[in-house]
Design a protein around this ligand. Structure first.
Ligand SMILES: *[C@@H]1O[C@H](CO)[C@@H](O)[C@H](O)[C@H]1NC(C)=O
Ligand SMILES: *[C@@H]1O[C@H](CO)[C@@H](O)[C@H](O)[C@H]1NC(C)=O
Ligand SMILES: *[C@@H]1O[C@H](CO)[C@@H](O)[C@H](O)[C@H]1NC(C)=O
Ligand SMILES: *[C@@H]1O[C@H](CO)[C@@H](O)[C@H](O)[C@H]1NC(C)=O
Length: 458
């Protein structure tokens, strides 16, 4: 709305200031917009609804811009720069579209009439239940060579392939999500900053050449059928903020070189077939706020105790469910996860106690899942915390876990012998250990004083 208004205002000013009266959308673009609208929604009489210059009074979603060229010979001109289709909301009421034809070649051929087009957006345009619309094989060569944003969101009946070369387009954003498009990931332009190809039917491997797109900030290939290993060259994408490869069929090791991805805030590799343990390199990814690796049930190995000191204080989400993890839960997780909201370690083979340091998570955590492991011993959480968390604290399926006091229904009360000594802490729990030692000394002092008093009274 704002941009449309600004453009109108700019046009208005310009018309007043200049004697150049005919500042209008070129007839070729005006007529191509009508044809395009009639193609995506034949049931509306677009020419009657918007009879005037479409840049001055056209439908929402059509964005024009004023171009002032450098050469004095040619006068300023107006061109279509954005075409947004599909009603998103009352704030973004683009022309609704309901494209049911099987072949979209004509639709995309029309786009060559817009030599200044920067953005093309389709939301819920291809949604027929009983038929598919196929993308033209040469889609990328039909699109205007000025295109910076190509966006398809929720178009389940859109099919075809996008495996061809897109590298000649100056794309910044390529978002194709929620379609039936298959094939391999296309060859991409190095200008790309955002690549979202989630929830399609893409297959094949992630090519190392993707690492030439060094401007990428968002790489989301989740919910496809991608196979093979993750190329270590992805670690050259040092500006990445989000890396989501979840729900594919990727295998091999998680590249240790990911340690170079210092800016990544969200790393989601969950539900693939990775092996080879959790990489120590995780501990170098200093920007991490959320790390989800769940559902790679053959990863195995132990939870590295040393990675949490560096990255723990930023982390708000850790998903390590169903990884085939063995060994103990490191006490360092309790010490360094100072902002954690979500922590899942369920469905592994973790054994030993829940570290007493986990008591410190109580101040921030909103969900903890330790179900289905081999943990034993007393749960370090306070009764108040357990009550407050309710079903957000999951401990079932650990035969040996017990509560120190009170009965919270799910777990038995610990036997006397299982209640730990106050001074039990080691390693990363240094600070707290001192505190408890202090208390221990205080108690000892008290006992001595009482003994002395006792003696004096004798
Ligand atoms: C505009 O024209 C001047 C002189 O003709 C030239 O030096 C300058 O590079 C041009 N600028 C652009 C953006 O084309
Ligand atoms: C889309 O068009 C088809 C026929 O062309 C019609 O059956 C269907 O109801 C339309 N859907 C919407 C959401 O308008
Ligand atoms: C638990 O992990 C096994 C593999 O280790 C997997 O087959 C199963 O689906 C997982 N269960 C849940 C509830 O995630
Ligand atoms: C506590 O001790 C009783 C008997 O000594 C034993 O049967 C029970 O399994 C123990 N409970 C736990 C949680 O270990």
């Amino acid at each position: 709305m704002a941009t449309a208004f600004h453009i109108l205002f700019a046009l208005f000013l310009f018309l007043i200031l200049s004697h150049n009266a005919a500042l209008q959308l070129p007839p070729s673009e005006q007529s191509a917009v009508y044809t395009l609208l009639e193609t995506i929604d034949p049931s509306t009489n677009w020419r009657a609804l918007y009879p005037d210059d479409l840049c001055l009074s056209g439908p929402h979603g059509l964005v024009c811009d004023l171009f002032i060229t450098n050469s004095s010979s040619s006068s300023p001109s107006v061109h279509v720069t954005e075409l947004n289709f599909g009603y998103v909301s009352d704030f973004s009421p683009n022309p609704a579209c309901n494209f049911t034809s099987g072949d979209s070649t004509y639709l995309f051929t029309l786009l060559s009439s817009f030599p200044f087009l920067k953005k093309l957006f389709f939301y819920k345009c291809f949604t027929a239940h009983d038929s598919y619309t196929t993308l033209p094989l040469n889609l990328f060569s039909l699109l205007p060579s000025t295109l910076e944003e190509l966006i398809f969101i929720e178009n389940p009946s859109l099919t075809g392939q996008i495996s061809l070369d897109a590298s000649s387009l100056p794309l910044r954003r390529l978002v194709i999500t929620g379609t039936a498009i298959s094939g391999e990931i296309p060859v991409l332009p190095t200008t790309l900053q955002e690549l979202v190809l989630s929830r399609n039917q893409l297959y094949g491997q992630i090519q190392p050449s993707i690492s030439t797109c060094t401007n990428l900030k968002v790489l989301d290939l989740s919910y496809n059928s991608l196979t093979g290993s993750v190329p270590e060259q992805l670690s050259r994408l040092v500006d990445l903020l989000k890396l989501d490869l979840s729900f594919n069929l990727l295998n091999g090791r998680i590249p240790i070189q990911f340690s170079a991805l210092k800016k990544v805030e969200l790393l989601d590799l969950s539900y693939n077939q990775f092996t080879g343990g959790l990489p120590d390199g995780l501990g170098e990814m200093e920007g991490l706020r959320e790390v989800y690796l769940s559902g790679n049930d053959k990863i195995g190995g132990q939870i590295p105790p040393d990675i949490w000191e560096k990255i723990g204080s930023n982390l708000i989400g850790v998903g390590f469910s169903s990884l085939g993890l063995e060994g103990n839960i490191p006490a360092s997780m309790g010490v360094f996860l100072k902002k954690i909201h979500f922590l899942a370690l369920d469905n592994n083979s973790l054994e030993g106690p829940v570290p007493v340091q986990f008591k410190w998570l109580e101040s921030t955590v909103r969900q903890i899942n330790l179900e289905k492991n081999r943990l034993h011993g007393p749960v370090p959480f306070s009764p108040e915390f357990v009550v407050q968390m309710g079903s957000k604290l999951k401990l079932n399926g650990n035969r040996g876990l017990c509560f120190v006091k009170g009965n919270f229904g799910v777990l038995p009360v610990c036997n006397e012998t299982e209640v730990p000594h106050p001074v039990l802490f080691t390693g990363a729990g240094e600070k707290k250990t001192k505190g408890n030692l202090g208390r221990g000394k205080f108690l000892l002092g008290l006992v001595v004083i009482l003994l002395v008093l006792d003696l004096l009274h004798l």
